[in-house]
Design a protein around this ligand. Structure first.
Ligand code: GCU
Length: 416
């Protein structure tokens, strides 16, 4: 089912109607639009230096994203139990050290727990940089390693059941280890289920019940819940002496690309974000009527539950939103951000992501950092845009290709 969600649009001609709403793929019908200026404060004053950005404008934009798109993460317990159950086992012919950590997401340790799987280069002389991958797959399906604790998924009835083995979501662990980079992974549904029906069993419903809170327009959507879980993973990663806490990057694809962006915005401990095919609600400009739109994504038959309920109210009037994709990008500045897209992934509007990067570049410039440095998009497959705010489009669809991981490693080596 999820596999379908992730690959459907790369296999077939893009759909011309989704949830009964027409989809436009014609550049001539994109419409005209004016983007909100990321460098204009709510009171109309201009942001001219990085200090004003950090102290004033950035907090404003962050609050707008909470209010309009992703929702506000409630105050949750700070001290949650962490249990290291695999302290460092040599794997992959001794090239890597494997660690496994269970992170409890509630004070009641019988429910809501997330397993973090970590591989570090065995021969590292100093703490390693690390890429945290937020995955669609259970940890035991991500690595070809029988030592990984079997992962769980949600049943329809809200029970945690063993994840069936599958190939989707596999990572080539040794590729990172050979490059001197640690790699860690968590399965997003360990944090919160990914369906409308599953919402009642998740962490959001759990905490809402605990605090007796009433539904609000800026309630946290599933993306914010996944993002909060990633911050809990970061809480652990920061404490591991074998990891360079200042060089932890985060990556995710598709809805998890949106999640990676929002996490980088919320939690500046992530020193780099690699957002793959994040599309609508991610890096792509919503004001461009091309591919998926806010109306499609927030339809109650589709991904309404991933966002703050308020986002849905803007389906027919995106130009009234005080935010757009370029501003989500700007929240990562001045940290390195790589946007990866695919040239036939029209549903996700790769051009909309490129134009968002162009529009976010002035924010990076405040810090003396570069974005695309051009407003002309280059052809797929080029790799010249590995700037601090980088953009890379592969030839192909809505996926992360093996060759993309090589680009990610190059990007990490360049900026760390
Ligand atoms: C759907 C959805 C996208 C999302 C994607 C995914 O296609 O419309 O917004 O990015 O699923 O997560 O695979």
């Amino acid at each position: 089912m999820l596999l379908f969600a992730c690959t459907a649009f790369s296999q077939k001609a893009p759909p011309d109607t989704v949830a009964g709403i027409p989809v436009n793929y014609d550049e001539d019908k994109v419409g005209t639009y004016t983007l909100p200026n990321p460098l204009t404060l709510v009171d109309g004053k201009k942001v001219k230096d990085s200090r004003t950005w950090i102290n004033k404008r950035r907090p404003e934009i962050l609050a707008l994203y909470e209010q309009y798109q992703f929702g506000k993460t409630p105050a949750l317990p700070q001290k949650l139990k962490v249990e290291v159950f695999d302290h460092g086992t040599p794997t992959f012919n001794g090239k890597a050290i494997r660690k496994q950590v269970r992170i409890y997401l509630a004070e009641d340790t019988s429910i809501h727990k997330m397993d973090l799987l970590i591989y570090l280069p065995a021969d590292a002389a100093k703490p390693s940089p690390l890429l945290l991958n937020v995955s669609f797959s259970a940890n035991s399906n991500v690595a070809n390693d029988p030592g990984v604790r079997p992962g769980l998924i949600w049943s329809k009835e809200g029970k945690r059941i063993p994840a069936p083995a599958r190939e989707f979501g596999k990572l080539n662990i040794e590729q990172f280890i050979s490059a001197g980079i640690g790699i860690a992974t968590v399965c997003y549904t360990d944090i919160e289920p990914d369906s409308k029906e599953g919402t009642q069993f998740g962490i959001r419903a759990y905490y809402a019940k605990l605090s007796n809170s009433k539904p609000a327009p800026d309630d946290w959507g599933a993306i914010s819940a996944w993002s909060w879980g990633l911050s809990k993973a970061m809480d652990y990663l920061e404490t591991d002496k074998k990891i360079d806490a200042k060089k932890i990057a985060l990556t995710g694809a598709s809805r998890l690309g949106k999640t990676a962006l929002w996490t980088g915005a919320r939690d500046t401990r992530f020193a780099m974000i690699i957002a793959s095919i994040s599309g609508e609600g991610g890096a792509a400009l919503s004001r461009r009527n091309f591919g998926e739109t806010v109306k499609h994504i927030t339809d109650t038959s589709r991904y309404y539950y991933q966002f703050a309920p308020n986002y849905h109210n803007y389906g027919d009037r995106v130009s009234d939103l005080p935010i757009d994709g370029h501003m989500l990008i700007s929240l990562i500045a001045p940290r390195p951000l790589l946007l990866q897209t695919g040239d036939t992934d029209l549903w996700s509007d790769p051009k909309g992501e490129f134009l968002a990067a162009v529009a976010a570049e002035p924010v990076y410039k405040l810090f003396g950092k570069d974005g695309p440095r051009t407003s002309v998009m280059s052809a797929a497959g080029g790799s010249s845009m590995l700037n601090t705010l980088g953009y890379f489009m592969h030839k192909g669809g809505h996926t992360v290709l093996p060759s993309d991981w090589e680009v990610f490693i190059r990007y990490m080596k360049k900026h760390f």
